[in-house]
Design a protein around this ligand. Structure first.
Ligand SMILES: NC(=O)c1ccc[n+]([C@@H]2O[C@H](COP(=O)([O-])OP(=O)(O)OC[C@H]3O[C@@H](n4cnc5c(N)ncnc54)[C@H](O)[C@@H]3O)[C@@H](O)[C@H]2O)c1
Length: 365
């Protein structure tokens, strides 16, 4: 059994580290804070693939951003309930915060706000934005396109990004429904993990260059072709294909941004020009008692008798809530040694003080 050290990083220290790194490469403090908050939310919700792990990606993409003279995204077209925004090629979390705040303001006066944005960048976890609206008592929705890896049912080529969507709704006593999901069967990171372990991937995660399902992690890693949510056609992957196109419609087609097939990884020559969509809906504009009925539905599902071998029935948002509660109990976010080394390498590379951490316990794997 190999021993590895586990560390715990207080949210405040993670925020501080991310902020210092971004400021070091020239980001304004409030932009660095917006990015740091998305990173911290991802890790405290247990989505480590979208948190600290992406910090180097965010630093490097910031260095590529060409439109640094703008302090905020720009509203280019507006009605009482809608807005089209130019993200001015700013950091995704800065654009997302701007757009969701605008959608919330509109929902406050009209009952609904829909903001569509082009020239944005990777915004991290979609729930960060849907939950901004939820914290104000609204239903929040956030959608985004991404680099093409998802292959439409019956095709060979990747067309869609993992195009995430999130819907968050408030219930009583701070309870909530928070659906936050990629529209692919799995994220590419899960294929990479299987490959590292030398294990096959489950049937229906990815296809080879001929569009045939593969269980070979090496083939999947090389083809970089994921199935839409549901897998192949015989397991209803076409429903995920439809959802991926729906996200595309709300993000790129509505805003006029790049559609997923044209989205490139950030580079100095070309903007990624991602499209995103943010909605805030005031339940108060509809039948009274939304939170009560939301709670009843959530409680009904959680109260169901679990299937044999299971201990509890969850609703969307519960796994992340449990992870956040675990972090609170431990006084911070747990990280493996390799993740701490990764942060230390970034600190060295960019000449900032290392992230503060406490050695929590020796764990065995
Ligand atoms: N910005 C981007 O380009 C991008 C792209 C893809 C994914 N993402 C983000 O990656 C994160 C992970 O996405 P994912 O699809 O791997 O998430 P996931 O598969 O872990 O979870 C998807 C949803 O299912 C819910 N869930 C999980 N287990 C459940 C259960 N037993 N019962 C009921 N509900 C359950 C979760 O609460 C969540 O809402 C998300 O935050 C997403 O926004 C971002």
């Amino acid at each position: 059994m190999a021993a590895s050290i586990e560390y715990v990083v207080r949210r405040h220290d993670l925020l501080d580290f991310c902020k210092r790194c971004m400021v070091k490469v020239g980001a304004p403090v409030d932009h660095a804070v917006s990015l740091a908050e998305v990173v911290a939310d991802a890790d405290s919700r247990g989505h480590y693939s979208h948190g600290l792990n992406r910090l180097r990606f965010y630093i490097k993409s910031y260095q590529f951003l060409s439109q640094k003279e703008h302090q905020e995204p720009t509203v280019v077209k507006e009605s009482l309930a809608t807005a089209l925004v130019d993200g001015n090629n700013m950091l995704g979390p800065v654009v997302g915060r701007f757009c969701m705040n605008l959608a919330i303001r509109k929902a406050r006066s009209t009952g609904v706000g829909l903001v569509s944005v082009y020239r944005s960048n990777h915004f991290g976890i979609a729930a960060h934005y849907s939950m901004m609206a939820m914290k104000e008592g609204f239903i929040g929705i956030a959608l985004c396109n991404a680099t093409p890896t998802v292959v439409p049912t019956r095709a060979k080529q990747g067309v869609f990004g993992t195009n995430p969507l999130s819907v968050a709704a408030p219930a009583n006593n701070n309870d909530s429904f928070v659906l936050d999901m990629a529209t692919s069967t799995v994220a590419f990171g899960k294929v990479e993990i299987k490959h590292r372990l030398g294990e096959p991937i489950p049937e229906g995660w990815a296809v080879d260059d001929n569009g045939q399902s593969t269980t070979d992690a090496d083939t999947a890693l090389k083809s970089r072709k994921l199935t839409p949510l549901g897998g192949m056609e015989h397991t209803s992957g076409y429903k995920g294909y439809g959802l991926a196109m729906m996200v595309e419609m709300f993000s790129s087609i509505l805003s006029g941004s790049n559609s997923s097939p044209n989205v490139k990884h950030p580079n100095p020559q070309q903007e990624t020009n991602l499209g995103q969509c943010f909605l805030a809906i005031d339940p108060g504009a509809f039948a009274p008692g939304f939170e009560d009925r939301m709670s009843q539905m959530i409680d009904h599902c959680r109260g169901l008798q679990p299937a044999d071998g299971e201990t509890e029935v969850l609703v969307a948002g519960d796994p992340e809530r449990n992870h956040t509660a675990m972090c609170d109990k431990r006084g911070g976010i747990p990280y493996q040694e390799s993740q701490i080394h990764y942060a230390d390498d970034i600190a060295k590379e960019y000449g900032v003080d290392p992230m503060k951490r406490c050695q929590d316990s020796a764990v065995h794997d």
